[in-house]
Design a protein around this ligand. Structure first.
Ligand code: SF4
Length: 388
């Protein structure tokens, strides 16, 4: 939970894992906490602390803006300072997560030349061609190599259709992905159903955010924003919004897909299928004049091949129209049911209730009227798109 709260923070100051899980003997933990707090304070910033105090292991992530030179310098000095504290208290740089690409460069200083040489020889013995995790544990590059964001990072501000102010811009929303890859999990939760089905990195929430970030940061040309590769990257996203609640960084790929599609359709036009589904209320109302005939037609060979032509599998059965629409039932229902002593209730009957499952609306109306409410229908309202 601690990590999720930290990573869902919007803006340029991100919780950087540069100190992360320095671990010290439990008895020295209070002194270490005081020292590391003072160290972070010297850079006029704050940090998130969470972890396993009983094991002397705290995760400490200072907020640093790595899009500036000062931020990169601060990160390196914080790492040096944390290294000094680990040595001072007889601890290690990583008690839980491993050194990775970021902190392995400290290992020679931490373990001394003799032990470091032995570690290098051991790695070479098992991996003479340096294929497995190059640059980790030994022979690491400096910590500011290959930063996701660095001082040269300047995303361009796209004119957007949606309001992205709470993410500090569309680019800010794409930047929320920290690359952890929780969206690749299988067998628990919902995120991400497209990856669970295909097991292809391209169908993860991470890939979608990264693809957008690549365009907005200028790493990929602006034309990629409305290109077919981007469309394919978002194609299988079903906009379920599971990522918004399950991703530790609360990446909202469904909202990003809506923004992307608006730009894509500006260039390529709206496909017929989208026009049909966009007008699902009007089409349902027209088809509901002869519901039995419409249902039979949609299940016929001609109906199926029509669906195939607009990109809907003929093996898929469409929801059947109800014999009587909700509004017809509502108008025809007996007068005596209308008791009104408890007040008025405005009922929004959507397209689904109106033409496909009026039982839902009937049950709601019966319940409200039994409780003494007068039910009024919202006559001028749009379609929420639920039948889609
Ligand atoms: S909204 Fe899209 S990216 Fe997010 S979990 Fe659902 S399918 Fe995956």
């Amino acid at each position: 939970a601690g990590l999720g709260i930290l990573l869902s923070r919007r803006g340029d100051y991100k919780p950087i894992p540069c100190i992360e899980d320095v671990s010290v003997p439990v008895a020295r933990l209070p002194e270490y906490v005081a020292d590391v707090t003072a160290l972070i304070g010297r850079f006029s910033t704050k940090a998130g602390f969470y972890g396993h105090a009983s094991a002397g292991c705290l995760h400490v992530r200072p907020f640093v803006n790595l899009k500036t030179e000062d931020g990169v310098t601060a990160m390196k000095e914080l790492m040096d300072g944390a290294f000094g504290l680990a040595v001072k208290y007889g601890g290690v740089m990583s008690g839980e997560h491993g050194d990775g690409l970021q902190r392995s460069y400290l290992n020679e200083r931490l373990f001394g030349p003799e032990l470091y040489r032995a570690m290098r020889e051991l790695k070479e013995a098992f991996d003479p061609r340096g294929l497995m995790n190059p640059g980790k544990i030994v022979d690491a590059a400096p910590p500011d190599t290959d930063l996701r964001f660095g001082p040269g990072y300047r995303p361009y501000e796209l004119r957007t259709y949606l309001d992205w102010s709470s993410d500090e811009g569309f680019a800010g929303a794409a930047e929320m992905c920290s690359g952890q890859g929780v969206c690749r999990k299988l067998g628990e939760g919902i995120m991400c159903p497209s990856y669970m089905a295909t097991r292809d990195e391209r169908d993860t929430t991470r890939a979608r955010a990264n693809a957008l970030r690549a365009v907005l940061s200028g790493k990929a040309g602006k034309e990629f924003l409305t290109g077919n590769e981007m469309r394919e990257t978002f194609d299988l996203c079903i906009s379920c919004k599971a990522c918004k609640s399950e991703c530790p960084s609360a990446v909202d790929a469904a909202k990003m897909k809506s923004e992307f599609l608006a730009h894509y359709h500006d260039i390529h036009g709206l496909p017929l299928r989208d026009r049909i589904f966009g007008n699902i209320h009007g089409l349902s109302r027209a088809a509901a004049v002869f519901p039995a005939l419409s249902n039979a037609f949609m299940e016929s060979g001609v109906g199926k091949s029509m669906l195939e032509r607009i990109g809907i599998s003929g093996e898929r059965s469409l929801p059947a129209l109800s014999g009587e629409s909700f509004t017809e039932w509502f108008r025809k229902r007996p007068r005596k049911a209308r008791v009104t002593h408890a007040g008025k209730v405005l009922y929004f009957h959507d397209t689904w209730v109106s033409y496909y499952q009026p039982e839902i609306g009937k049950a709601a109306v019966r319940l409200l009227e039994a409780a003494g409410f007068e039910v009024i229908l919202a006559e001028r309202r749009g379609c929420c798109g639920r039948p889609m």
